[in-house]
Design a protein around this ligand. Structure first.
Ligand SMILES: *Cc1c(COP(=O)(O)O)cnc(C)c1O
Length: 458
C-alpha cells in the first residue's frame, strides 16, 4: 500500500478569514508608548506611516473587533498565485530518525519570493492601494522581506523603495537583483537619500549598516512624503494576523490526515511565521479544548524569549519608533553574524511575548551548527533545502521526535517550513567546509543593555 505524503487543499477550500487573536485575549496587550510623550499612542500618530485599515487591524477596532476577519476577495484571489500551500508528512525523515512520531510540515517556500512573507506583503500593498498610496518604503536585511514586498507592490502597481543593510547589499547581491527584477529601487543603507543616512555616512563612508538604521531611513522617507507609506514585515499585530492563513490551512489539512498535533513548532525572529502557524492551534488551547505544546525556536545568538527581559523597549535600534512591551535583549543589541539573518532581531512580537509570559507557549534556543546539521539531514531525506531560519524549528522537531522514540510514544508533530534556502547557499558552503561559528549571547550583556532603556510608568 502506498503511503500518503502530501495533503493538498483545493483552491476553493482555502480559508476565507484570518484569525485575530486580539479579540480572544482576556486582558488587552500592554499599550504602545510614544517615545516623546511617554503616553499611549493613538491611531492618528500612526496615520503618516500606515493606511487606516491596517492601523485599525493593528488595534483590533471597527470591523476588526472580531475573532475572524474576512480576507478581501482581491487578496484571496492573489493568494491563489501560490496558496493553498502543501502540508507534507516527512516520512523519510521519520524513518531516518527511527521514531514512532509522525512529523508534518507546512511548506511556505512555494511562494513567489520563497518564504511566508508574501502572506502579509500582498494584503499590505492591497490596503495601501485602496487608500491611494503611490509609493511604499521599507527596510530589508538579507532581502527576504524586501523581495516579498517588491513582488506585492508590483501586483498593485505601487512604487517600492527598499533600504537594504549595506553589508548585505555588498555581500548578498542576488536578493537585490530579485527585488530590482520585480521593479523596486534598492539602495544601500546608510544612503545619501535621507538625513539619517547622510549623517552616518559622513561619520563613516564604509558604514556596514544595520536593520535599525535602515528602518530609520525608510520611516524618515515615508514620513516626509504625502504619497508614501511605510511597511513592516514582522512583529506588528496585523502582520501576525495575515500570517494565520498558514495555521488555518494547516488545521484543515491535519484533519484530512486524521490527526491533531501534540506539538507545533516554528522558528521565531520577529515572530510572524511562528504566530502564523501557531495562533489557530492556540485558539483551541485557550478555550481548554486541546493541550498542544507550542514551541518557538530561536537562535542562541539572538535569544529574545529565552534570555530577554519582558519590558518596554524601542522596536528599532535607531530608537525613533514607539516603545512596545516585549521580551527584548535591548535595542542596542548588535547581533552576531549568523546565517539566519531573519532571526537577528533584539525583540519579539508583543502577541508572542504575551503568550510566552502567560505560559501558553514554550521557547528553545538553538546554535547554528546544530541548525545546519539538521537542515542537511532534512535536505537529504526530504529533498527540500530549508532556509537557515526554519532550520531552528527542524532542530527542535528532531529533538522532540527522538524523545518520543526514547519514551516509545507516538507523538504528532507539526512545524512550519517557512522558506527555502536557495539564496543561502553560501552558508551551506561554509558549514560543509566546517567553518561555522556558534554564538552564545551572554546574559550580562542583556542586563547591561536593559539597564540603559527608558523607564515607562505604565
Ligand atoms: C523573515 C524570515 C524569518 C523571520 O521572521 P518572522 O517574523 O520571525 O517569521 C524567518 N524565516 C524566514 C524564511 C524569513 O524570511
Amino acid at each position: 500500500m502506498s503511503e500518503q505524503v502530501k495533503y493538498l487543499l483545493q483552491e476553493n477550500e482555502m480559508p476565507t478569514a484570518w484569525y485575530n487573536i486580539l479579540n480572544d485575549f482576556e486582558t488587552p496587550l500592554p499599550p504602545v508608548i510614544h517615545p516623546g510623550t511617554g503616553q499611549p499612542i493613538g491611531p492618528q500618530d500612526l496615520a503618516p506611516l500606515f493606511p487606516m485599515q491596517l492601523i485599525m487591524q493593528e488595534v483590533g477596532v471597527g470591523p476588526y473587533a472580531t475573532s475572524f476577519v474576512d480576507i478581501p476577495e482581491e487578496v484571496w484571489e492573489a493568494y491563489k498565485l501560490w496558496r493553498p500551500t502543501p502540508l507534507i508528512r516527512a516520512r523519510r525523515l521519520e524513518k531516518a530518525l527511527d521514531t514512532p512520531a509522525h512529523i508534518f510540515f507546512k511548506y511556505e517556500g512555494v511562494s513567489p519570493s520563497g518564504s511566508h512573507k508574501p502572506n502579509t506583503a500582498v494584503p499590505q500593498a492591497y490596503y495601501n492601494k485602496q487608500e491611494g498610496t503611490k509609493r511604499i518604503t521599507t527596510e530589508t536585511g538579507a532581502g527576504q522581506w524586501g523581495s516579498a514586498l517588491s513582488f506585492a507592490c508590483q501586483l498593485y502597481d505601487i512604487e517600492c523603495k527598499v533600504y537594504m543593510v549595506a553589508i548585505s547589499f555588498r555581500q548578498k547581491p542576488y536578493r537585490r537583483f530579485l527585488m530590482e527584477t520585480y521593479g523596486s529601487s534598492v539602495v544601500s543603507s546608510p544612503s545619501m537619500d535621507t538625513n539619517t543616512g547622510r549623517k552616518f555616512l559622513a561619520q563613516d563612508p564604509d558604514h556596514t549598516g544595520s536593520l535599525g538604521l535602515a528602518i530609520s531611513e525608510a520611516v524618515e522617507d515615508a514620513a516626509g512624503r504625502e504619497d508614501t507609506k511605510y511597511s513592516l514585515g514582522s512583529v506588528l499585530n496585523h502582520v501576525l494576523m495575515h500570517q494565520t492563513i498558514i495555521g488555518e490551512e494547516a488545521l484543515k489539512q491535519m484533519e484530512m490526515a486524521g490527526e491533531y498535533p501534540d506539538i507545533v513548532v516554528g522558528c521565531a525572529g520577529g515572530g510572524s511565521n511562528f504566530a502564523g502557524i501557531a495562533l489557530p492551534f492556540i485558539r483551541a488551547k485557550m478555550k481548554g479544548e486541546k493541550n498542544t505544546r507550542i514551541i518557538a525556536a530561536e537562535p542562541t545568538a539572538a535569544p529574545s524569549l529565552t534570555k530577554g527581559v519582558y519590558t518596554y523597549d524601542f522596536g528599532d535600534t535607531g530608537q525613533i519608533i514607539p516603545l512596545v512591551k516585549m521580551y527584548t535583549l535591548g535595542s542596542s543589541f548588535i547581533p552576531a553574524p549568523i546565517h539566519a539573518g531573519g532571526l537577528r532581531y533584539h525583540g519579539m512580537a508583543p502577541i508572542v511575548c504575551k503568550l510566552y509570559n502567560e505560559g501558553l507557549i514554550e521557547a528553545v534556543a538553538v546554535p547554528q551548527n546544530a541548525v545546519f546539521e539538521s537542515n542537511v539531514l532534512f535536505a537529504r531525506e526530504e529533498g527540500i533545502l530549508p532556509a537557515p531560519e526554519p532550520g531552528h524549528a527542524i532542530r527542535v522537531v528532531i529533538q522532540e521526535a527522538l524523545k518520543a522514540k526514547e519514551a516509545g510514544e507516538k507523538k504528532t508533530i507539526l512545524f512550519n517550513l517557512c522558506g527555502h534556502g536557495h539564496f543561502d547557499l553560501a552558508g551551506y558552503e561554509q558549514y560543509l567546509k566546517g567553518g561555522l561559528e556558534d554564538y552564545e549571547y551572554p546574559r550580562e550583556q542583556v542586563e547591561m543593555a536593559i539597564s540603559m532603556l527608558p523607564k515607562v510608568a505604565i
